[in-house]
Design a protein around this ligand. Structure first.
Ligand code: NAI
Length: 333
């Protein structure tokens, strides 16, 4: 099938080309993000391949459908950027990669937590400058601490297991508790988790229910000095409320791999530009905040699986046989 692949970077091309040796689709790579302005690039392609920050709202979907698109193959797990109701109305099939490496994301959440706890990102710079002072680097034992996991799907469960291995007590909140997880996780209402956890890690999808799940009210319930990690989706937290809580000391350490307005920032080199997002720039000024640019998924294993499943989805759509990892409206929680 002829596919227009949006938001491509050299690493996407490398892994997609490698996997495509077996599938032999015609992949045409476009650097830009998919938006209303770039949608015309997809004219004449039956399928398009999109990533997390490509915009697939009603307007873009209508443009795509009018120019022949029948399939949107997302090369990611999250699908909050797609208007599924409109896609269904237009008869566009949406497929995704439901699980490419939940370990990659869970391990990155742990990496953020460990770095923040022992301030290794600050220590790195200090030692390079010959500053061996330890002030400001004080951490705490993870052993014995209470960790709250919001969302125990594929990623949250692995994160919970790792934290259990550290000797932490693990609390979890999920509208659909996992029976097997009960061996090492105690399910509690969200408010209890917020109140009792020393460390909170967010692993739920972005939905209308989870938008700003962590707002001023939720933060007020948390322990003073709580560590908050978000590798889920930026809009699950209210950034303004987070900044206020950092200023007051309510949040003791913050690790983010996702950000509310990341579409304007992430996956590009802006080091020579003036960044106009004052909220984001304020976050970068705190010594106890560690931000990575949506890289939790970024392992060789994950990229291999993403490419393989994306191309298999395209094959399944084209042939009408095989497993198509379809996203439908009712799959939203
Ligand atoms: P999953 O679908 O396996 O699990 C999500 C879990 O969240 C489910 O158990 C669901 O019941 C639960 N959930 C839904 N609403 C909730 C709520 N209000 N409170 C608590 N839990 C709730 O998804 P998976 O694979 O574990 O991924 C989770 C999220 O991680 C994705 O939706 C995506 O947004 C994000 N992600 C981030 C990546 C990154 O690179 N930073 C990469 C991949 C995914």
């Amino acid at each position: 099938m002829r596919i227009a692949v949006f938001s491509t970077k050299p690493y996407d091309r490398r892994f997609l080309d490698q996997a495509n040796q077996a599938h032999r689709h015609e992949l045409v790579y476009f650097d830009p993000q998919l938006t209303v302005a770039t949608a015309p690039l997809a004219a004449g392609y039956r399928g398009i391949c999109a990533f997390v920050n490509d915009r697939l709202d009603a307007e873009v979907l209508q443009l795509l459908r009018a120019s022949g698109t029948e399939l949107i193959a997302l090369r990611c797990a999250g699908f909050n950027n797609v208007d599924l109701v409109e896609a269904e109305r237009l008869g566009i099939t949406v497929a995704r990669v439901p699980a490419y490496s939940p370990h990659a994301v869970a391990e990155h959440a742990v990496a953020l937590l460990l770095s923040l706890n022992r301030m290794t990102f600050r220590a790195y710079n200090r030692v390079r400058e010959g500053n061996f002072a330890l002030d400001g680097l004080l951490g705490f034992d993870l052993y014995g601490k209470t960790v709250g996991v919001v969302g125990t799907g594929k990623i949250g469960l692995i994160f919970a297991k790792i934290m259990h291995g550290f000797g932490c007590k693990v609390l979890a909140s999920d509208p659909f508790p996992d029976a097997a997880a009960k061996a090492f996780v105690r399910y509690v209402p969200l408010d209890t988790l917020l109140a009792d956890a020393d460390i909170i890690s967010l692993h739920c999808p972005l939905t209308t229910e989870t938008h700003h799940l962590i707002d001023a009210r939720a933060i007020a319930r948390m322990k003073d000095g709580v560590v908050l990690i978000n590798t889920g989706r930026g809009r699950v937290v209210d950034t303004k409320a987070i900044i206020d809580a950092l200023k007051s000391g309510k949040i003791g350490r913050l690790g983010l791999d996702v950000y509310e307005e990341e579409e304007q920032l992430f996956f590009q080199d802006l080091s020579q530009r003036i960044i106009s997002d004052d909220q984001f720039m304020r976050l970068t000024t705190f010594p106890n905040v560690l931000i990575t640019g949506h890289q939790a998924f970024f392992t060789a294993e994950a990229l291999t699986n993403i490419a393989e499943t994306t191309l298999s989805n395209i094959c399944a759509f084209e042939s009408g046989t095989g497993a198509l990892q379809r996203v439908t409206v009712d799959r939203r929680v």
